[in-house]
Each structure stands twice: as structure tokens, then as C-alpha cells.
Design a protein around this ligand. Structure first.
Ligand SMILES: [Zn+2]
Ligand SMILES: [Zn+2]
Length: 419
């Protein structure tokens, strides 16, 4: 087998791995660059050219935009293997961010849903087995690619301090030693990463029960977090989510949503209720919708920047309130190019007098988690992707993997037999 990291040895997000086998080439992930620059076009892969394609299939690890965001551009004759829920989460989010072009459509794309732990049986492609992995995106996958007794494991984004953390060790033991490990290294070389266990966040959330009004902000795709928020507040506060969050959670089995949970409410602000699509369509299909918050009662509500006008208009009703920021710190760091979120939070703190609380844990692997992975799958060779381009990151990767770490750059092909 031959491997080429088309992109990803020195950037977080937008990583693309190419694996060539006797049955042809496959790609793993085709998502957006996080800095909003255009994704590189791979000749023959997308509808943007008429060139013949060298690719037998594209495999998508999970629903985050930096992994799936460009998949809708893939030519119809190339199968896209994806988890059903991952695709639904991505598509729903696209409607709310008005990224309609990114929606994966069965009529336009050649979608094939995979099942975890089951090798994909298709004579046209190499043997690939998807395994479920712990990450801040629901039903994330890692892939094992096998040919002629050689094994390549591509982790996708992962961690082991979330709900599926213990499952990871079990799965890795089943996989056993691999020849090549393609491993995410998002947190390598960076300080101040928080790897609190996802389940321990409940304790922090519950300390806020003294507030009558709890406003929280977390990613609508971070399902573990939404479940923890629900479990923390449901007994004492009305639990209210926004329409985008409900559009995602209502598609998943047994995840808090106002369509099937009698104690969950969906809030649509007056401004949002005037937006035609997708709001009108989703409002029609959502139960338990309110257009005004129950300020006389205790509640916990997910908020978005688009609710700013509504909150300002109701300033006098906001009392004994806190705001939980439950997302990555980087978005509100002064170095982040977009100041809108930062300004919104300043407004919540200073003008609406909400007590500001940061409660979050990383969606990515700690050094310890990567060491644990290494101990179990004993890789002969390692490539780190989804990593920052810094000497600190390289040093830390070397510390963990030693001589097995391959010094490769984007676009360089190497043969597993030659190593
Ligand atoms: Zn990612
Ligand atoms: Zn991710």
C-alpha cells in the first residue's frame, strides 16, 4: 500500500489522506480548511472538472465541517462512505448556516452508509473497517485499512476522556498491532488544554443551580455535552434548546429534543421566526415550540448570537442569570479573527449582567490518550496529522513515538513496503 497525506501534516482541519492499494485509491475525509481558504481541488475528484477519477471511494470520519464540508462536491460516480447520523447532523447544520451547497444529497452524491465494526464488503475497494471512536462529534469513526497482511489505522479526530472513552481501549485491543498509524495530534505542542472527563462537567454545571436563569452556548453537534447539560438541569429548571440544536437532536435516538422528550422545549426568537428557510419548515415539524422565554420560571436555555436583539429587548427580565460558555476557548481569544462572538459575550456580561462561566473540555486526544493508543496498537510507523506546524508540536510527537514517527510533508508519497 502507498500513502500520501494530501493535506494535514501541518494544519488542524481540512486533512485529506490518500491510500493506494491494488484495488485502487481511496481518500479519507474531504472537509473545509478552518481558516476559510478554499480547499485544494484534487484532479478528477469533484464536479469542478471533467477529468477521469483515480478514486474508488471517499471515507468520511465524522460530521465536523473540517472533515465532511467539501464532500458534496465529489463526483457522483465516486461512492462516499459515511455514518448515517453523521451525514444527517452535517446536513441539518448546513441548512442553519445557509450552506445549502454543502448538503449531501442522495440524488447528487453516491452515498453509502457504513456500520461500525463491519468491514465494508465491496470488490471494487480495499478492505476498510469503520470503528466508533470517542470525539466531540456524534458517531465519529476511525478506519482500519487492510491489504496483504498490512494494516493502516486512521484515527480521525479522537479522545478518550468522553462518554465512549473506555470503549476506545476495547476497540483498539481488537484491532491489535498495526503497520502504520495515521494519528490526530491537535493538542500536541499547545499549553492550557483542558482534558477534564466529559462526565465530570456535570458537577460543574450543577454548581450553577443557584441561578434562576442559565444561558448556555455549546455546539449543536456536541451531543455528549447537550446530554450532560440536560441531565444537570432537567430536575430544577425548564430545559430549552434552540431550533438548530433540536433539528439535530431530534434526528438521533434518545437524545434530548422537544419532539420526543416531554420536558424539553424549543425556543425560537421573534427574529428567527421571521426567517423563511429553514426555520418555517423546522418549526412546522417541531413540538413544544415557544417564542418567548418563561422569565418568571427557572430555566436553562441554549443561546446563539442571533438572539442578541431579543435578549436586549428583555433586559429587565434577565435576573439572577449566568452564562455558560461551553466551547473551545480559541473562538473567544483576542487572536481569533472574528470578534463577533467575543463582543456578544461582552454584552451578556456587561450589559445583561450575566455571571460568566467557562465549562468545557477538549474534543481531542491528550498526550496521555495518544500514548495509550500507541501502547495498544504498537505502530511500526506513525504519521501525525491535524496538528499545528510548530517545533513544540513536533517535539512532543517525537517524545511519544520516537523513531517510528515518519518525517513527511504534505503531498509526499511513500510505500509501506519500502519502510
Ligand atoms: Zn477536525
Ligand atoms: Zn472533529
Amino acid at each position: 500500500m502507498e500513502v500520501k497525506i494530501i493535506q494535514g501534516t501541518k494544519q488542524i482541519g481540512g486533512c485529506i489522506a490518500e491510500i493506494s492499494t491494488s484495488k485502487g485509491k481511496i481518500l479519507i475525509d474531504y472537509g473545509d480548511n478552518l481558516d476559510n481558504t478554499d480547499q485544494i481541488l484534487i484532479p478528477g475528484l469533484t464536479i469542478k472538472d471533467d477529468l477521469p477519477s483515480a478514486y474508488k471511494a471517499v471515507f468520511i470520519t465524522h460530521s465536523h465541517g473540517d472533515h465532511i464540508g467539501c464532500a458534496s462536491l465529489i463526483k457522483k460516480d465516486i461512492p462516499i462512505y459515511v455514518n448515517r447520523e453523521s451525514m444527517e447532523i452535517h446536513n441539518n447544520l448546513c441548512y442553519f448556516t445557509r450552506s445549502y451547497k454543502k448538503v449531501l444529497r442522495v440524488e447528487k452524491n453516491n452515498i453509502k452508509f457504513f456500520e461500525f465494526n463491519k468491514p465494508i464488503i465491496d470488490n471494487n475497494i480495499p478492505k476498510v473497517t469503520p470503528y466508533i471512536v470517542d470525539h466531540s462529534s456524534y458517531n465519529s469513526a476511525m478506519f482500519l485499512i487492510e491489504e496483504d497482511g498490512k494494516k493502516i489505522l486512521h484515527t480521525g479526530d479522537f479522545r478518550n476522556h468522553g462518554k465512549k472513552g473506555s470503549l476506545l481501549t476495547k476497540v483498539l485491543k481488537e484491532i491489535g498491532p498495526v503497520d502504520l498509524l495515521i494519528c490526530e495530534g491537535t493538542t500536541l505542542g499547545s499549553e492550557n488544554r483542558n482534558f477534564t472527563k466529559e462526565s465530570d462537567l456535570i458537577k460543574d454545571f450543577k454548581e450553577l443551580l443557584k441561578y434562576d436563569q442559565i444561558y448556555f452556548m455549546c455546539s449543536s453537534t456536541n451531543i455528549d455535552r447537550i446530554v450532560n447539560l440536560y441531565n444537570s438541569f432537567k430536575h430544577t429548571h425548564r430545559f430549552i434548546i434552540d431550533l438548530c440544536m433540536n433539528s439535530i437532536t431530534s434526528k438521533l435516538k434518545n437524545i434530548p429534543n422537544s419532539n420526543t422528550f416531554s420536558d424539553v422545549i424549543t425556543f425560537v426568537s421573534p427574529k428567527q421566526s421571521k426567517i423563511k428557510e429553514p426555520y418555517q419548515r423546522y418549526i412546522r415539524h417541531t413540538n413544544n415550540v415557544i417564542f418567548d422565554l418563561p422569565f418568571d420560571e427557572k430555566f436553562a436555555v441554549s443561546i446563539k448570537q442571533s438572539m442578541e436583539d431579543y435578549l436586549i429587548a428583555n433586559k429587565n427580565k434577565i435576573k439572577n442569570a449566568c452564562f455558560i460558555y461551553s466551547m473551545w476557548d480559541g473562538y473567544i481569544d483576542p487572536s481569533w479573527q472574528d470578534a463577533k462572538l467575543r463582543n456578544f459575550i461582552e454584552l451578556l456580561k456587561n450589559e445583561l449582567h450575566m455571571d460568566f462561566k467557562k465549562i468545557h473540555t477538549s474534543g481531542h486526544a491528550s498526550k496521555k490518550a495518544i500514548e495509550n493508543l500507541k501502547k495498544i496498537v504498537k505502530p511500526k510507523h506513525v504519521i501525525v496529522i491535524h496538528t499545528i506546524d510548530s517545533s513544540e508540536a513536533k517535539e512532543e510527537a517525537k517524545e511519544i513515538f520516537g523513531k517510528s514517527l515518519l518525517d513527511i510533508t504534505d503531498g509526499k508519497t511513500f510505500n509501506l513496503e519500502d519502510l
